[in-house]
Design a protein around this ligand. Structure first.
Ligand SMILES: Nc1nc(=O)c2c([nH]1)NC[C@@H]1CN(c3ccc(C(=O)N[C@@H](CCC(=O)O)C(=O)O)cc3)C=[N+]21
Length: 299
């Protein structure tokens, strides 16, 4: 029987550990962890995600603040807000929701966040620590860190001898995911839109991680029988069966046909998505402990 990986349950247990870590800080006389979420513009999907993050932060016992800036915000004003959050001693974590409106350049904004407050793990210092094998002193990118916890549920910590394929090469996900898998001793391949034969690469993978943003691209005949499949895609597609003009979420993996071939598979929704938010909370708790000079928990 195929295991359908329960991302909601895994996220709930991370959140429980984060909440008790936050309580521990508060009862030992420290500030509660402070998370600042910055959102620019009116994109409804972004507002939905940010709302979920702010709610979860409150649930964890954090001091959660949200800055909502208008669509026409200037680059300099966004940079100034980040500078003030960097300087604010009550703030342990800063997240600038992506994507930003087209007239803004996200890279200088992200790189201006203090690395120790970069709970998205996107600052070059944090990316560089991961790339050089330091997984202890920086902050890890949330979605790959969450996906890795799901992989560990199936295979344990040591992936020696296993072939892993990551489809997608973004700084946000593909590259850090590949590095986490490599760090766990997997034999890692990164596939992407210019790869010659993705299905053939996929058929060699014991662990297949799909993050391309193309609905149900990975088919059953791409899988090595017994593979573990982690679906990072989030695609909103029309769902006429739910009614006219309705949509549903699907991943990058054709779930129904792949499930019988896989050993384990993460669904969309209810797989990696909830883990992303949980790891954001985990990073904020870690950052708060470090800034308080208290040994940080690991998740
Ligand atoms: N600076 C930044 N950091 C991010 O981490 C970041 C971002 N910008 N921009 C957008 C993406 C996307 N993202 C998700 C988080 C949770 C779910 C999630 O919980 N999804 C639910 C379903 C939610 C629904 O129904 O819409 C699930 O998969 O079960 C999905 C996607 C974080 N992102």
């Amino acid at each position: 029987m195929t295991t359908v990986i329960d991302g909601k349950a895994a996220a709930a247990s991370v959140i429980e550990a984060v909440t008790s870590a936050a309580t521990g800080l508060a009862t030992s006389g420290h500030r509660k962890p402070g998370l600042a979420v910055v959102i620019v513009g009116d994109d409804p999907a972004s507002h939905a995600y940010v709302g979920a993050k702010s709610r979860m932060a409150k649930q964890c016992g954090f001091n959660s603040i949200q800055h909502t800036l208008p669509e026409n915000t200037a680059q300099a004003d966004l940079m100034a807000l980040v500078a003030s959050l960097n300087a604010n001693p009550e703030i342990d974590g800063i997240l600038v929701q992506l994507p930003l409106p087209k007239h803004l350049d996200s890279e200088p904004v992200i790189q201006s966040i203090l690395p120790e407050k970069d709970v998205d793990g996107l600052h070059i210092v944090n990316a560089g620590k991961l790339a050089t094998g330091d997984l202890k002193t920086g902050l890890l990118s949330c979605t790959p860190a969450g996906a890795m916890i799901l992989v560990r549920q199936i295979h344990g910590k040591d992936l020696s001898g296993l072939n892993a394929l990551v489809i997608g090469r973004s700084n946000l996900f593909g590259k850090p995911m590949a590095q986490l898998l490599l760090n766990a001793n997997a034999t890692v391949t990164i596939g992407h839109s210019r790869s010659r034969d993705l299905p053939e690469l996929a058929r060699q993978a014991d662990i297949l991680v799909a993050a391309v943003g193309r609905a149900e691209m990975v088919k059953a005949d791409w899988l090595k029988p017994g593979a573990t499949v982690i679906d990072v895609g989030i695609n909103r597609v029309p769902a006429p069966e739910k009614g006219e003009g309705k949509f549903k979420l699907v991943g990058d993996v054709a779930f129904a046909e792949c499930k019988p071939v896989a050993k384990a598979i993460s669904p969309v929704p209810g797989g990696v998505g909830p883990m992303t938010i949980a790891m954001l909370m985990a990073n904020t708790a870690i950052a708060a402990h470090r800034r308080a000079g208290v040994p940080a928990p690991s998740f």
